[in-house]
Design a protein around this ligand. Sequence first.
Ligand SMILES: [Zn+2]
Ligand SMILES: [Zn+2]
Ligand SMILES: [Zn+2]
Ligand SMILES: [Zn+2]
Length: 411
Amino acid sequence: MESGVNDLKSLRITSSDDDEVLVEEIEVEEGEDEDDEEEEEGVTLGFVEKPKKTLLSASPSVSKQSGGVPAWLDPVDLPREQARICGFCGEPLEFLLQVYAPISEKESTFHRTLFVFMCPSMSCLLRDQHEQWRRDENPRRSLKVFRCQLPRSNPFYSSEPPRRDGTDKPLSIGAALCSWCGTWKGDKICSSCRRTRYCSEKHQGMHWRSGHKNDCRQIITSSEASASTPGNNRGKLPAIGKATCSTLWPEYEIVIEDELAFDTEMCEDNSCATALVSKHDKIDETFQLLSDKFEADDNKKSWASFEERIAKAPEQVLRYCRDLKAKPLWPLSVGRPSEAHLPKCNYCKGPLCYEFQIMPQLLYYFGVGNDPDSLDWATIVVYTCVASCEASVSYKEEFAWVQLYPTAAIP
Ligand SMILES: [Zn+2]
Ligand SMILES: [Zn+2]
Ligand SMILES: [Zn+2]
Ligand SMILES: [Zn+2]
């Protein structure tokens, strides 16, 4: 085994339903049960709250944010066209959440934000699920994570430590964004008015049909009118950073709390647990299916310890712990990656480490339904470059692993 593997012991290799038998054997000595017992590393939990004031989207240093539009840390060098679309259906991805996670030991990571995007189509996620087991050079994904980081001295923000109250905003104007999704860079421009910008033809078409057809003519007329009165022609530029589409996931602020704080005070208000139960109904069905096809016992055990841990704070949507010893909390034993499934960093070729995981509770807050085509996952685990390396692109693609409920994964 290569060096660096020891550092990554925490990335526990667990039995999977795949045929990675060799890797499993190596890890058996480590003790399979440790997963359930080790709780020493401090996990930070994230809970959603309706944003208190002004649009969060203007401030990338707000600790965590979900839904709405992203607050790009580097507002200029945004992800390129190929990076921002679903690898299966080709549609622009939707913003799921961002986590502000600076690493204080390094100068280059004074600001550091991780952005998660996803295709809202469950059929794409099912295909993504199959793709993630392969270790292609350029795997197709319907789920993407970008890491952006900036040193203390940078062109966009004051060198004062961020106040993180929603008032830290880029000092300079960022790239013009898509007039429809407000999310991605607007590389394409409306050929009639030459004012509104789009990330994709798809979004241009949607904006056109939802009213730009009329607005476009008005923009042309008003710019023709203002051309004859110089000095008055700059007021009509389309709003930047505002989405016109109504299909974005709702915007929340993610507030964080130490998991240890929940060790004694159990959830007193039972309503919070029952409200989330619906997403878990599937689990019985899941085990029935598993007893035919997989080792149901392992999964039951895994699920029981998962549930026990989650029960301390059932509304959590995020679990964060960037520590080389930290491990994700897997709901099921089936469908976990072995170390061999984790790619190397795309940029420095160094190892990746677990950084955070996204819980399906987020879908509940996003109002995603329970029908078979609705988006659903057991957990999404995000792995990032251990070195949090520099690269020529501002938004570096990191790796996410999706664990689905087998009911969804088995056709
Ligand atoms: Zn898709
Ligand atoms: Zn767009
Ligand atoms: Zn136009
Ligand atoms: Zn790297």
